[in-house]
Design a protein around this ligand. Structure first.
Ligand SMILES: *Cc1c(COP(=O)(O)O)cnc(C)c1O
Length: 390
């Protein structure tokens, strides 16, 4: 690929690899082992498929290109990518994380990493509190932007500057799942590692669970690649191939979802049946100035959350009345989904701490898909009317 190639060109072509037949689309390489000509002399670059596989290589190269990174790595899930990053920290390390981090990440920090001697402190005001929270053994800061499900946006460059002022060796990790590399590239704002649940936008078709990360540091890459092989939480060749196929249309999908989401968010903001709307694309979003710097074309992405009038009952009515938005967890696929975080994805969090981060009983989260904009808007309208009459 040429260094001047733009996103859409990279999405379609990065990571492509010509085989002996000249296949335009790479075949799926299922072989677990590869022939050697003499002991310890593989005939190609591959030896054993846990360590390296052609389809995983292609996907990793494509991810690196889209995240403006030197290196990419793929894992069996976003959670596996998270666990490998945390397992790279020495015993006795300390991490700082934003408070409303993805539930599974919170669970890993508080129920797994701590049992291996890595403690995490959570904060809802990272920029302000960082200098007080960093200790001698702090090795990593973890952020997610926008957050789930209240879509708070963090100024990544500001966090990076604040960290490097304290200690240049502290790594900044950004979970970029909600935006995808099309809307934002955290490494260009000073992050050391960007991580994704590719299960969401990158694969984008709700048929693969997979995780990726990218970095520009050779040292970080080599450490994490060592763990990728040693721990073995790798994606299958088929899943790597499917995800690579999915990401070829990432730019089209995310652009379309953002355009529709903007219209829905504006409609919801003007509706008398709605108490509040969280959407980074709205000029009224508290961090819209950061969105303008940090997101491509200030696009808000495909995720919206809003509070419907009428409490939990109205939220339940709304979410079981939509025709096109399917009531289901997860996000980032071609199809529109919705959920009620208080009783679904965030049901395990005690009411008080849930509400402290804005997850009220009447909050509804939308993952806007790529169906027709007018049809989706109509669906939201009729479900709102039904919820209001409830
Ligand atoms: C889904 C998700 C994860 C976890 O990814 P899996 O692929 O489900 O393991 C991590 N972070 C965010 C923001 C997510 O939405």
């Amino acid at each position: 690929m040429s260094p001047s190639d733009k996103f859409a060109t990279l999405a379609v072509h990065a990571g492509e690899h010509t085989d002996v037949h000249g296949s335009v689309i790479e075949p799926i390489s299922l072989s677990t082992t590869f022939k050697q000509s003499s002991p310890a002399n593989p005939i190609g670059v591959y030896e054993y498929s846990r360590s390296q596989n052609p389809n995983r290589d292609n996907l990793e190269n494509a991810i690196a290109a889209l995240e403006k990174a030197q290196y990419g790595l793929a894992f069996s899930s976003g959670s596996a990518a998270t666990s490998v990053i945390m397992q790279s920290l020495p015993q006795g390390s300390h991490a700082v994380s934003i408070g409303d981090v993805y539930g599974g990440t919170h669970r890993y920090f508080t129920k797994v990493a701590n049992t291996h001697g890595v403690e995490t402190t959570f904060t809802n005001n990272l920029l302000e509190e960082l200098p007080n929270l960093v200790k001698d053994n702090t090795r990593l800061v973890w952020i997610e932007s926008p957050t789930n499900p209240t879509l708070k946006v963090t100024d990544i460059q500001a966090v990076s500057n604040a960290i490097k002022k304290i200690n240049k060796d502290i790594l900044l990790v950004v979970d970029n799942t909600f935006l995808s590399p099309y809307l934002s590239n955290p490494l260009t704002f000073g992050a050391d590692i960007v991580v994704h649940s590719a299960t969401k936008y990158i694969n984008g078709h709700s048929d693969v669970v997979l995780g990726v990360l990218a970095t520009n540091s050779k040292d970080i890459y080599e450490r994490l690649q060592f763990l990728q092989n040693a721990i073995g939480a790798i994606p299958s060749p088929f899943d790597a191939w499917l995800t690579h196929r999915g990401l070829k249309t990432l730019h089209l999908r995310v652009k379309q979802a953002s355009v529709t989401a903007q219209k829905i968010a504006e409609f919801l903001s003007a509706s008398k049946h709605v108490e509040a709307v969280n959407y980074p694309g709205l000029k009224t979003h508290p961090n819209h100035a950061v969105v303008q710097r940090q997101h491509r074309d200030a696009l808000g992405g495909g995720m919206i959350s809003f509070r419907v009038k009428g409490g939990a009952a109205a939220a339940a009515k709304f979410s079981s009345t939509t025709r096109l938005f399917t009531l289901a967890e997860s996000l980032g696929g071609i199809e529109s989904l919705l959920e009620v975080p208080a009783v679904m994805t965030h049901g395990g969090i005690p009411k008080e701490s849930r509400e402290a981060s804005g997850v009220y009983d009447n909050l509804i989260r939308l993952s806007v898909g790529i169906e027709d904009t007018e049809d989706l808007l109509e669906d939201i309208k009729q479900a709102l009317e039904a919820a209001a009459e409830n």
